[in-house]
Design a protein around this ligand. Structure first.
Ligand code: SF4
Length: 143
C-alpha cells in the first residue's frame, strides 16, 4: 500500500522514551503471542490473531514519504524509534528492502534513531547502520 505519512507521533500520555516512530509494515510474521501491536491490526479491519501473523501490510513508499517529512523546516530531529509496531526486519523486508532507504533518510537529515528487532535480516544492513552512526546517534537492540 502507499502510505500518506511515515512519521508517527507517540501520544503524549505514553510512557515510551521516544516521541516518534516509523513503521514500514503492519502485522508481523514473527507471530509472538504476547505482541502488544496485535490490536493495531483491527484498525485495518483485520483480525488480531492469524491475520496479524500472516496478512502483512507493506508501506512500499515509506522511505520517500519519510525523506519528504524529514526535510520540512518544522522537523526538530527528535529521536525516531523503529521496531515498535512492527519488526522492521521481518521476512517481508527481504523482498521490499525498505530499511536501507529509511536509514539513509534518517541519517542524511541528522535524525538520531534506534532499531529493535529479532530478525536476522538485520545483518544485511549492519554496514549501512555503521555508516549512519558516523552522522547521527544510532542504537540497535536485538530481542
Ligand atoms: S517481533 Fe515484535 S512486532 Fe513482531 S510479533 Fe514479536 S513482538 Fe510483535
Amino acid at each position: 500500500m502507499a502510505a500518506k505519512t511515515a512519521l508517527n507521533k507517540v501520544p503524549g500520555q505514553s510512557n515510551m522514551p521516544f516521541s516518534w516512530t516509523v513503521n514500514p509494515t503492519r502485522g508481523c510474521t514473527h507471530s509472538c503471542k504476547y505482541c502488544f501491536a496485535r490490536k493495531t491490526h483491527s484498525y485495518l479491519d483485520m483480525g488480531t490473531g492469524e491475520d496479524f501473523d500472516t496478512q502483512i501490510v507493506v508501506k512500499t513508499n515509506v522511505a520517500e514519504v519519510l525523506r519528504a517529512e524529514l526535510s520540512k523546516p518544522s522537523w526538530k530531529r527528535e529521536h525516531v524509534a523503529l521496531g515498535t509496531n512492527t519488526d522492521p526486519y521481518q521476512r517481508v523486508e527481504g523482498r521490499y528492502q525498505l530499511m536501507p532507504g529509511i536509514i539513509r533518510a534518517l541519517a542524511d537529515s541528522g535524525t538520531p534513531f534506534s532499531v529493535l528487532t529479532k530478525g536476522p535480516l538485520l545483518k544485511r544492513d549492519l554496514p549501512l547502520l555503521v555508516e549512519a552512526s558516523a552522522q547521527v546517534d544510532v542504537s540497535v537492540a536485538v530481542s
